[in-house]
Design a protein around this ligand. Structure first.
Ligand code: ADP
Length: 335
């Protein structure tokens, strides 16, 4: 019996949908990660509570965070399991929103690349060096934006089929972040970037490309949701948690309301603020960041406030140090 329950938990944890289990007194005995994320809480905080605090009694649909979920109940000898799935009409809406976001995300940089290339071809002889350099810089920046979008799209399709394909190695976080900072500096010339690294910070055990992708997504957000001359600072240090390195990405931008903090890691989720209306984004970045960090054995935390105009946000990630590699690497590859 014990073995069957452990395997069941493993399967349910891998599901993309929220699942909760309760005993016949309607006390919650288990909630998977998706369910906890939906209610912005942890499994410990849910376990032991009354089911109806989360799912209204005898309802086949429930409205949570603007989405209607269908509730399917399965009973076994000991427990009742509740499986939440987004309803079909809602799924169609998510899908069509996604297509329009992605088309917009692709079209904007492509139009700009084609426009500047056309101008250069048509008036090449009349342009001076400075103009050519300016146009080529825009073409390069817009190409970087496209690469980021395509990488994020590829990542979600990989996440969905559960292929991780991560290649773990010992990586110096500081030198990787320096490279990412250079890319972002040219993309956001009106932001200030700062990198601080404590002494004696060990290498981390990560997939190098995916680590760069994580840092690009976090630092791009920090710059994107900030104002002119806003400071984006990255701090690398030894985490309080033993054998982990902490990397904090801080900004002084619009911030995120407390009630939205749990939702920013959901797929395709963009939270409305006066900058999201203006800025490009697919709502995929943080979903991918969280998934990759967890696959690498790490954690992500966020603190943010909108109380003051420049309160800003701090995203902290913890990643395992490389020195205790052999056992942890084996464990990670088994995932
Ligand atoms: P997007 O492509 O919209 O930036 P993300 O998944 O990276 O998608 O982020 C999801 C949402 O979280 C964003 O739409 C934004 O509302 C919010 N967000 C992420 N990072 C920050 C930040 N540093 N400051 C304020 N809001 C942020």
């Amino acid at each position: 019996m014990e073995k069957i329950q452990i395997d069941f938990k493993k399967i349910v944890e891998k599901l993309d949908s929220p699942v909760i289990a309760a005993d016949f007194d309607n006390k919650i005995v288990y909630a998977n990660t998706e369910f906890c994320a939906l209610f912005n809480t942890s499994s410990d905080q849910i376990t032991g509570k009354v089911l109806y605090d989360f799912l209204p009694e005898n309802k086949t649909t429930v409205l949570i965070n603007d989405y209607t979920y269908k509730v399917t109940k399965y009973d076994d000898e000991y427990f009742s399991y509740y499986y939440l799935s987004v309803t079909d009409t809602q799924m169609e809406k998510i899908y069509s929103d996604f297509i329009s976001t992605v088309s917009h995300e692709l079209r904007t940089p492509l139009t700009s690349i084609r426009g500047f290339a056309d101008t250069m071809l048509m008036s090449f002889d009349k342009l001076d060096k400075a103009q050519i350099q300016k146009f080529l810089t825009i073409i390069k920046e817009q190409s970087n934006r496209l690469i980021k979008l395509v990488e994020n799209l590829l990542s979600i399709s990989k996440i969905q089929v559960q292929h991780s394909n991560l290649v773990f190695k010992s990586v110096n976080a500081k030198s990787q972040i320096e490279q990412v900072t250079d890319i972002l500096k040219s993309q956001y010339p009106t932001r200030l970037f700062e990198l601080k690294c404590s002494d004696n910070v060990p290498n981390i055990l990560v997939d190098e490309n995916k680590f760069q992708q994580i840092m690009i997504n976090l630092m791009d957000n920090a710059a994107k949701y900030s104002y002119e001359k806003g400071l984006v600072s990255v701090e690398i240090s030894n985490a309080k948690k033993e054998n982990f390195v902490s990397i904090k990405v801080k900004d002084h931008g619009v911030g995120i309301e407390p009630e939205n903090l749990g939702r920013i890691f959901e797929k395709f989720k963009r939270i409305e603020n006066h900058l999201t209306r203006k800025t490009q984004g697919s709502g995929l970045g943080l979903y991918i960041v969280k998934d990759l960090i967890e696959k690498m054995g790490g954690q992500i935390f966020v603190e943010s406030s909108t109380e003051l105009p420049n309160s800003g946000s701090v995203f902290e990630i913890l990643l395992p140090v490389a020195s205790y590699t052999s056992q942890s690497k084996k464990k990670l590859e088994d995932r």
